[in-house]
Write a protein that binds this ligand. Structure first.
Ligand SMILES: [Zn+2]
Length: 195
């Protein structure tokens, strides 16, 4: 199971997820937007060693989080490159080859633009906590129970602090179901060296 956490506009939630990764050693792939760098940059020093150790991976989710289907090839390209530049400077790693389109909205055209920049893997998901919007803890936990199962790519968001009060329950589910959380690199055999 690969836990993938996107966006990151809430400081408390981002701090919570970073602490969760550091304390539990659970592999997580974060796909942050540079538009929220005022939130993420404060945690770069904590994330860098986890990234170096291969426990945490960073994917590209664009800088601005706009709908790609409404944008020109040049705009898409610039947005992806801008986020990659920020990720490299901040986290000391590339986000290649993984690209998660904002809202999951993409087409053959947008995939080709991303692919030309080395983002040859389009990252979708098979289950979601549904927490890009604000949920009650009960609803979020219900979604987690539904989707946290072996072999899945599960999507969550670092946007609302609801989830950080459920970390013990999520950890309980992972242990109880004997799940083996991994990064995308581990799941798909990709790497920073070869893309
Ligand atoms: Zn997003």
């Amino acid at each position: 199971m690969a836990l993938t956490i996107d966006d990151g506009y809430d400081p408390e939630t981002v701090a919570g997820y970073v602490a969760f990764a550091a304390h539990t050693r659970i592999p997580i792939t974060f796909s942050p937007n540079g538009a929220y760098q005022h939130v993420w940059n404060a945690h770069a020093h904590q994330l860098r060693p986890l990234i170096e150790a291969g426990q945490v991976q960073i994917g590209n989710h664009t800088y601005t989080h706009l709908d790609l289907l409404t944008r020109t090839d040049g705009q898409i390209s610039a947005d992806i490159e801008r986020n990659e530049g920020w990720i490299q400077r901040t986290f000391g790693t590339t986000s290649r080859p993984w690209f998660r389109p904002p809202f999951g909205r993409h087409s053959a055209r947008t995939d080709a633009v991303a692919g030309e920049l080395g983002f040859t893997r389009i990252l979708m998901w098979e289950g979601s906590f549904g927490d890009s919007r604000l949920l009650t803890p009960q609803v979020l936990l219900g979604e987690a129970r539904k989707w946290l199962t072996g072999g899945r790519i599960v999507l969550g968001h670092a946007n609302h602090p609801t989830v950080i009060h459920l970390f013990d329950q999520l950890l309980g589910l992972i242990h109880q179901r004997r799940l083996d959380p991994v990064t995308l690199d581990t799941m798909f055999g990709t790497s920073r060296a070869v893309g």
